[in-house]
Design a binder for this molecule. Structure first.
Ligand code: AMP
Length: 398
């Protein structure tokens, strides 16, 4: 069965058409700047050239229509007809406590997902826009939602309960949920395989370091703790998100800047992180360049990022009572050798050693980064959330 995987953001939409039997990607691409001027679709059939077409896409429905048109295009398409799309798998960021596994999307389920919107205001509303657009254009195709939170539902209570009055958990379900679950699940399994570990007897720390970043402690294949919390704002310093701060800072900024809570939350979500620290960019490539040119703000931002990530890893080594394998994944984890090195340099007391030559010369491939005598294996394991979503979708429909 061919499965169309959709990862819908507020102004972009990533897609892949995957043959779920062979696990091959038939076509993939991205629609960018949806709802803005200069919108375009990037379409790449397997083994073919990347095509970039600029076209107006005022809504996500227009974008999905363009994706479907590309897939059935007479010359560059990969299927004859849309009936060859057996199902659509949607990435959904927040499933609250309601969803501890993937689910077939019905009207009722979508309403329940909408109820989680306030928990992931940057992501869930966009996910739902994508779902609704697909349902309008493909009313008879089954749709499945795969949640970033579901993998973390195995966390023990001691990891997900906050130091707040317990009634906030019972009344409002305020607790740690964690995100990037599809990626943490995929990378921990793949990493165990690559490192020659039995996943059922393993202690793995996955560092998903992208614009959004989180670290997960995986014991015997199950998430036992993760750095994001009720929302994707907690944990590491990220591209634009603050990660952990003293909660009293919210009131402090509000009073100093005469700002509403909404405004302060906007600052924490969109104007903080390495963008906020550096005042330059949320993109680590820009920061690396600026740092190399001697910009101390960029250097500081990268150093804070590495230090904070290393502290979380240290904490998870305690939570796991040890560690067999550390995996780096996502945009930064797969591409930024300096960040991997910066983080691992804090772990040398444990006998964790990176092979600098391997670390500096590989991008986005499965590769062992640690030296042969490193006490813990360190691997780069490119994430493949789309394939994981396709597999989940297929499993559920079966
Ligand atoms: P993601 O959210 O996983 O797409 O990761 C996005 C971040 O990864 C960007 O903000 C960049 O900082 C970083 N990144 C992506 N590609 C590269 C690259 N080739 N070299 C260094 N950093 C990269």
């Amino acid at each position: 069965m061919n499965i169309l995987v959709i990862n819908c953001g507020s102004s972009s939409l990533k897609y892949q058409l995957i043959d779920s039997i062979s696990e091959k990607v038939l076509a993939k691409g991205i629609c960018e700047r949806i709802g803005n001027q200069g919108s375009r679709i990037v379409y790449q059939p397997a083994g073919g050239e990347k095509e970039i077409t600029e076209a107006p896409m005022p809504t996500h429905k227009n974008a999905i229509q363009m994706v479907l048109d590309s897939l059935v295009n007479e010359t560059t398409g990969v299927i004859k007809d849309l009936s060859e799309v057996g199902a659509v798998g949607h990435r959904i960021v927040h499933g609250g406590e309601k969803f501890n596994a993937s689910v077939v999307l019905t009207e009722e389920v979508i309403k329940e997902i909408e109820a989680c919107n306030e928990l992931a205001p940057l992501h869930n509303p966009a996910n739902i826009i994508g779902i609704n657009a697909c349902r309008e254009l493909m009313p008879n195709t089954p749709m499945v939602g795969v949640f970033d939170t579901a993998f973390h539902q195995t966390m023990p209570e001691r990891a997900y309960i906050y130091g707040l009055p317990y009634k906030f958990y019972t009344d409002y379900k305020i607790r740690r949920y964690g995100f990037h679950g599809t990626s943490h699940s995929f990378v921990s399994k793949k990493g165990a395989e690559l490192a020659g570990l039995d996943i059922n007897h393993s202690k793995i720390i996955v560092c998903h370091l992208g614009n959004g970043a989180s670290i997960c402690a995986v014991e015997n294949g199950k998430s036992i703790d993760t750095s994001m919390g009720l929302t994707p704002l907690e944990g590491l310093v990220m591209g634009t998100r603050s990660g952990d701060i003293d909660p009293a800072i919210v009131e402090f900024i509000g009073k100093k800047e005469n700002a509403s809570i909404d405004r302060v939350m906007d600052i924490l979500n969109k104007e903080s992180g390495v963008l906020g620290i550096s005042g330059i960019s949320s993109d680590f490539r820009d920061l690396e360049k600026a740092s190399e040119e001697g910009d101390e703000h960029a250097t500081r931002a990268r150093e804070v990022f590495c230090y904070r990530a290393a502290k979380v890893i240290g904490g998870y080594i305690a939570a796991l009572h040890g560690v067999d394998l550390i995996c780096f994944t996502a945009g930064l984890g797969e591409n930024d050798a300096g960040i991997r090195k910066g983080i691992c340099s804090y772990l040398d007391y444990m006998g964790i050693q990176l092979d600098d030559e391997v670390n500096n010369s590989h991008r986005a491939v499965d590769v062992k980064l640690s030296t042969p005598d490193s006490k813990v294996q360190v691997w780069m394991v490119p994430t493949n959330e789309e394939l994981a979503i396709a597999k989940e979708t297929l499993a559920l429909l079966k």
